[in-house]
Design a protein. Structure first.
Length: 242
């Protein structure tokens, strides 16, 4: 992280919430709120004008059928990290659409301040950061993502290519087994290596992908066309094995 403060745009339709957020950032010299707005139209206008490092976007400020506009924000300012702010109650459609549109963070408004600040720093450094409840929701209810994954698999059936520009051949093999829901012990047995070696490979994979758990790694791998999924093998991911 450089010495310049992280430039942030706040979008939320409640002024009191924006004021509270602004105070949190004002107490930390690492952050600078350059602008605020209430609607998705404000979001696009302010991103075009300020090209911020990050935009915090209230999930209610955009309609569920307007998630395409997240992609529009990225088009106008590709270096801006897009972070969704939501209430604790998870909306399946909005979570999956946000992930499909490529958001870098999905946070809850009820989060502890210290955890919130830590998440913002991680996202700025290049990681994808999902609130633990979101990651758990995705892992527990993973079949809700299968439609999205299978669509991507069909579209990229002829485009599949191992990401050897990023991973070693062995790491690619481990990633493919992660997608199948294999545990560290299963992977070790299949590749004839030790479980501790598998754990090292998994840590390296997560680090290179800038994600914090297996669920995010699998979603990102499918998004990039790095792995294929046979319809008969639906993955069951367990982040407890990391």
């Amino acid at each position: 992280m450089n010495n310049n403060p992280i430039k942030i745009v706040l979008i939320d339709n409640y002024q009191l919430f924006r004021e509270g957020m602004r105070r949190i950032f004002e107490d930390n010299p690492l952050f600078f709120v350059v602008a605020e707005g209430e609607t998705r139209h404000d979001a696009l206008k302010l991103v075009k004008k300020y090209r911020p490092d990050m935009i915090l976007l209230d999930i209610n400020a955009i309609e569920s059928n307007s998630m395409l506009e997240i992609k529009t924000l990225s088009k106008h300012s590709p270096n801006t990290r897009i972070v969704i702010l939501s209430e604790q109650e998870l909306n399946h459609q909005r979570v999956t659409l946000a992930l499909k549109r490529g958001v870098q963070g999905y946070l809850f408004k009820e989060m502890n301040v210290d955890l919130f600040i830590s998440a913002i720093k991680s996202i700025y450094s290049g990681m994808v950061w999902l609130h633990p409840n979101v990651s758990h929701y995705l892992a527990k209810d993973y079949h809700r993502l299968i439609t999205f994954i299978q669509e991507k698999t069909v579209k990229r059936e002829n485009e599949f290519q191992r990401p050897l520009h990023l991973f070693t051949l062995r790491e690619c093999e481990v990633l493919e087994l992660l997608v199948k829901g294999k545990s560290n012990q299963d992977i070790a047995n299949e590749l004839c290596i030790t479980e501790s070696t598998v754990k090292n490979h998994v840590r390296n994979i997560l680090g290179k992908m800038h994600v914090n758990d297996r669920t995010n790694a699998v979603v990102l791998a499918f998004r990039n066309g790095w792995v294929q999924l046979e319809n008969k093998n639906l993955p069951q991911i367990n982040d407890n094995f990391i």
